[in-house]
Structure formats: C-alpha cells, structure tokens
Design a protein. Structure first.
Length: 220
C-alpha cells in the first residue's frame, strides 16, 4: 500500500484543490492496519471518509509534543514507533487526526510490541476460562494497539529511510501558517474506508444492497 504526498503550490489552495502549480506525488510503501469485526464491534483502523482524506503532514518526534493543541487542522501525523501508543495519540486533538505514518528509527528496540498487555481472549469464549488471572500482565511490554479501534488509518513504514521524504515535507510545513492560502502546503492522501463508524460482524454479514438482496461486505 502506498501513501501519497501531495505538493500544493500557489495562492489559492482550498480544501486540497490545487489552483496553481503542478502537484508532485511521492509515495511511501508500508504495511497497513486493517479493520476486523466481531459480535460486539470492531478492532483495527479505518477512514471515516469514503473518499479518503487529504491532510497536512505533521511530524511528532518527542513525547512532549503530544498535546491537544499540537494539531491545528486536519493532519496526517508522522511519528517514530517508539512513541506510538494509544495513550500518546489520545493526547492529540482526535478531530484533526486523518491518519498516522509510523516508522522505525535507528534507536528502535524490540522491548515493546503492539499486542495486549493482558491477552485474556476478551470478547471470545476463551475470555472466561481464566477469570482469576484477567489482569495478569502476561505481556508486560504490550501496548494494546492491536485490540483498539482507531477511527483513522495507520501505516507502518518499512524504514526511516522510506519515510525520510515525508518527514522532510512535514518539516517544511512547520513554516507554513495553518489553513494557509499562500505559499506551499504539503499534504498526504490516505484512503482506508472499511464501512461506517458503528458496525459489527452481524451487521456487516447481513448487509443488503439497494435492491434488498443480501450482499455481505466482509468475509466470515
């Protein structure tokens, strides 16, 4: 899967429309987070917009940068994997998050993983087999990302080198005013629509088309 970086020039950039200049479209390959449904909801990542999102590239490189006022407009956030956790991202203004690009660095370690800290089979038959140990940290280095439902796409970039061009575009954006109609604004484009915000496996498998015929939108 590739994520586009859109270079927008000129004195009339509104809602991603390029009125002057020629857009450049570098791409970055990566592994995408998908969405899976269960009987009570979903886990994974997804776009809320059927047509995907085009948003300002913003780089976050330190834990101190995670605060509510960091994002001023719709943004695709680039961050190193060492900082990627649901707790950190929750500190940002979620209304402006349109995607995450997560990349490894030379200082990345294997001391963490994205699985649950307490993998007890929550929501499954196995979840009631060992109720006494429900809060035992079988996986103390887990961050619980895999069991979360994130209303924005997440792409894990293969390497810091692959993300370098986008990081440079985000750095250039630091000099561009918010919602600027002058100068240059660099935006990313991500399209990962996996159904409406509220959906579970039952509603997904029983979906009917406009003719009233059963037309599931997911695999059992």
């Amino acid at each position: 899967m590739a994520v586009l970086g859109l270079l927008e020039h000129g004195s009339g950039v509104e809602a991603g429309a390029v009125t002057t200049g020629v857009p450049q479209n570098p791409t970055v390959p990566g592994g995408e987070c998908v969405r899976m449904f269960h009987s009570k909801g979903d886990v994974g990542c997804f776009s809320l917009d059927k047509d995907g999102s085009r948003a300002r590239l913003v780089s976050v490189t330190s834990a101190d940068a995670f605060h509510h006022d960091k994002l001023k407009e719709n943004s695709i956030v680039l961050l190193p994997d060492s900082l990627f956790s649901t707790e950190n991202v929750a500190k940002l203004n979620g209304a402006f998050i349109k995607g995450l690009l997560v990349y490894p660095t030379s200082s990345s370690s294997t001391s963490f993983n994205y699985e649950s800290t307490h993998p007890q089979g929550k929501g499954t038959v196995d979840g009631v087999l060992n109720p006494v140990f429900g809060e035992y940290a079988w996986n103390p280095s887990g961050r619980g990302v895999m069991s979360a439902s994130l209303p924005y796409p997440v792409v894990e970039v293969a390497s810091e080198a692959k993300a370098a061009e986008f990081l440079e575009l985000a750095r250039k954006n630091e000099r561009a005013p918010v919602e600027s109609t002058f100068g240059v604004v660099y935006r990313g484009a991500m399209a990962y629509y996996f159904g409406p915000a509220k959906m579970d496996s039952i509603s997904c498998l029983s979906f009917k088309n406009i003719y009233g015929n059963r037309s599931p939108k997911c695999l059992p």
